[in-house]
Design a protein around this ligand. Structure first.
Ligand SMILES: CC(C)(COP(=O)(O)OP(=O)(O)OC[C@H]1O[C@@H](n2cnc3c(N)ncnc32)[C@H](O)[C@@H]1OP(=O)(O)O)[C@@H](O)C(=O)NCCC(=O)NCCS
Length: 134
């Protein structure tokens, strides 16, 4: 059975790392947005606080978890909220939460995806680099 998505609200007092509207070219054969498009945007959104923390280039080393809880539709306004949840010697782990505002349906807001990714600060030779002091 297809359960209706529970309505949500955008996180109060937080700025999204990224806001994007998917286009018809981002849809799968059923007309909903392709999961690979969402993964790509999540990777970009997560890298933004990682690059800021690393003060330079980073590479994605791991996608630790990824949950597509509800579909994203063409024309939704999709907001990606990215927060650093852990840092190590060279690594930065970021939680990304994704909300879709259904612009064609009274602006309803649904939390659609949650993911956690790890980035590694890298040097000019693409080797791991120690994080600068926070
Ligand atoms: C990222 C990269 C430079 C790391 O080099 P590496 O020699 O594997 O690094 P290390 O084993 O020293 O690990 C570096 C950090 O990553 C962490 N790490 C490695 N594998 C991990 C995993 N599976 N999950 C979470 N963290 C991981 C380590 O714990 C370490 O963190 P710390 O320094 O904070 O303790 C290298 O793996 C790489 O170039 N990968 C390809 C990156 C890429 O192209 N990404 C885009 C997707 S195609």
């Amino acid at each position: 059975m297809n359960h209706p998505a529970p309505l949500s609200e955008l996180p109060a007092g937080k700025n999204p790392a990224l806001r994007v509207v998917p286009m018809p070219a981002d849809a799968n054969v059923h007309g909903d947005v392709f999961g690979g498009w969402i993964m790509s945007q999540v990777d970009i959104a997560g890298s933004i606080p990682a690059v800021e923390r690393a003060q330079g280039r980073v590479a994605t080393v791991a996608v630790n978890s990824f949950l597509f809880k509800h579909p994203v539709m063409v024309g939704d306004l999709v907001s990606f909220y990215a927060d650093i949840v852990k840092t190590g010697r060279t690594s930065i782990t970021v939680s990304v939460e994704v909300y879709a505002q259904r612009m064609r349906h009274s602006n309803e807001c649904v939390k659609v995806t949650e993911a956690t990714l790890t980035y590694v600060a890298t040097d000019d030779t693409r080797q791991p680099r120690m994080l600068p002091t926070a």
